[in-house]
Design a protein around this ligand. Structure first.
Ligand code: B12
Ligand code: SF4
Length: 471
């Protein structure tokens, strides 16, 4: 069968509309290679089987390509795949989930192939293979005579500075990403991968490193081009960019270059970004503030030196306090992330984290409970200690990462862990709520100010937990 028409689908979840940046990038690249391409993003929407069937039939693709994350989005990804298969389509999954669990994903009968890691070249090669090329595609998993075969990683990775503009224009309901009357944010693709390997993180998985390629960061010039392109597609007012990805400001040299490009552009664009405490300096805080940075997220994870060592981040906690102060003195909103439930974590160590949160200045101390991701050092540790059972089907991963379904690999009981988590969060999220409202008022973002009353993080998480638990 000739595969010419490709329909990309982001099943996502009904909670929040977020642009599927991976799909936008792969779709624009594949289109340039001569394929007919469509995109459907179901994020933020309730969907029915009938609608999915209708959407697929309307485009009438030869191949349906889904982007999938581990966790709640899997339910809909499986539903879309089963429907696509029943309509006789070839079904492919790409994105973080099939990258870390290719064999398990392929064991589902409706899925024909998985693209591991970076999608552009691997999907191109897979399409060539389906269309008769003798060359074995790299960076994929497929079924040959009902046997699963995982091919080696690509030996070339995308130059993100030179790739085509992400295919934002293929999203029909683009305005759903910009709900406010003024001052919307746009989430942009700014980099690929992460150069670090923190013990708990998706990026510490070997397949993620090998199939995803090395860390690359986009210039501010290219980011502004993406920003302007999205703005040209909607009448909605967009004044800020959310610099997507897990890692952005890696060092002073990159930051200096990035900031210079932002300033040289002469544009007044607000931006929010991410870095690590061991990369961030007081000088960098001064630089980014001058170039429009309004918010930054930095990972701390724990106030315990033992855990710092174990997770491989090794933050100098005293230096972190100084950097945090400088960031806030510059008027930048600071979010610091933490986890509770590290392997073998004691109540003492949880208390050290809570104490540290009180000592370090931050607008938000964002606390999560550790959830295991396969193939990471923490996960392997929890399997060895028999504290985590490997889910055996694709569906079992649906509740992964959702509060209430976590695996407790710490030394404290689940009751104590949850008590500490909720208590700390109740205080921290209330404090954040107030800080955020102050920020919105200062920036004259009145619609966001009002909206926050109904859509704060707690409301969102409780909705997600109830929906996923009910399924
Ligand atoms: C923005 C973001 C979000 C956004 C939007 C997600 C989205 N639309 O993809 C929101 C806020 C919704 C989100 C939510 C969550 N996220 Co998130 N998120 C990210 C982040 C920071 C950037 C993603 C991105 O757009 N990257 C840029 C694009 C270009 O990269 P990409 O998506 O990986 O795409 C490339 C390949 O993966 C592949 N590809 C992707 N899709 C497809 C599809 C096809 C068909 C093909 C062929 C290829 C392909 O090709 C692309 C280009 O090479 C990543 C970190 C990161 N560095 O990627 C985490 C990340 C993806 N998120 C993660 C997690 C854990 C979550 C949550 C579970 C967090 C939580 N506890 O609530 C939820 C899950 C919600 C859900 N719907 O299931 C993990 C994923 C782990 C995993 N195994 O799934 C990551 C990797 C962070 C991390 N280091 O742990 N996230
Ligand atoms: S720096 Fe952040 S994204 Fe990178 S490995 Fe560590 S936790 Fe993951």
């Amino acid at each position: 069968m000739n595969h010419k028409r490709i329909l990309f689908i982001a099943p996502a979840t009904e909670f929040g509309a977020y642009p599927p940046l991976g799909i936008l990038s792969v779709a624009s690249y594949i289109r340039e290679k001569g394929y007919e391409v469509g995109i459907i993003d179901y994020s933020g929407l309730k969907i029915s089987k009938e609608q999915i069937k209708q959407d697929i039939s309307n485009f009438n693709p030869d191949l349906v390509a889904l982007g999938v994350l581990t966790g709640p989005g899997l339910t809909r990804a499986i539903m879309v795949s089963d429907i696509a298969k029943s309509l006789g389509k070839t079904v492919v999954w790409g994105g973080p989930h099939p990258t870390i669990l290719p064999n398990l994903t392929l064991s589902h009968p409706s899925i024909d192939a998985v693209i591991m890691g970076e999608g552009e070249y691997a999907l191109e090669e897979y399409l060539g293979y389906l269309n008769g090329s003798k060359k074995e595609p790299k960076g994929i998993g497929l079924k040959i005579n009902n046997k699963i075969k995982i091919t080696p990683p690509q030996d070339r990775f995308v130059d993100i500075e030179k790739k085509p503009m992400p295919a934002w224009e293929l999203i029909k309901d683009i305005d759903k990403y910009f709900p406010y009357s003024r001052h919307n944010f746009v989430l942009l693709e700014a980099n690929r991968g992460c150069p670090y390997r923190c013990g708990f993180c998706h990026h510490a998985n070997n397949d993620v490193k090998e199939y995803g390629g090395k860390f690359r960061n986009l210039s501010a010039v290219k980011l502004i081009e993406q920003f302007d392109y999205v703005r040209s597609l909607t009448k909605k007012h967009i004044s800020r960019m959310d610099i997507g990805g897990d890692m952005h400001l890696t060092n002073e040299a990159f930051t200096e270059k990035f900031v210079k490009e932002m300033l040289d552009s002469g544009r007044k664009i607000g931006w929010h970004t991410v870095s690590r405490f061991d990369c961030m300096t007081e000088k960098m805080a001064d630089m980014i503030a001058k170039a429009g940075c309004e918010g930054i997220m930095l990972g701390c994870e724990s106030g315990s030196p033992r855990i710092q060592k174990m997770l491989g981040k090794r933050i100098d906690l005293e230096k972190a306090k100084k950097v945090a102060k400088r960031i806030r003195d510059n008027g930048i909103m600071l979010t610091i992330t933490y986890m509770m439930g590290h392997p073998d974590e004691t109540l003492e160590e949880i208390k050290m984290t809570k104490k540290f949160m009180k000592e370090i200045p931050a607008d938000q101390n964002l606390l999560q409970i550790y959830r295991p991701f396969p193939g990471t050092p923490y996960f392997n540790l929890s399997i060895q200690q028999k504290k985590t059972k490997l889910p055996s089907t694709l569906k079992d991963y649906v509740t992964f990462g959702v509060l209430g379904h976590h695996a407790n690999i710490s030394k404290v009981s689940s009751a104590v862990l949850l008590r500490e988590f909720y208590r700390t969060n109740a205080y921290e999220q209330t404090r954040y709520f107030i800080n955020q409202q102050r920020f919105f008022l200062k920036k004259q973002m009145y619609h966001q100010f009002l909206d926050l009353f109904k859509n704060n993080k707690f409301t969102f998480k409780i909705k997600e937990m109830l929906t996923v638990s009910a399924k």
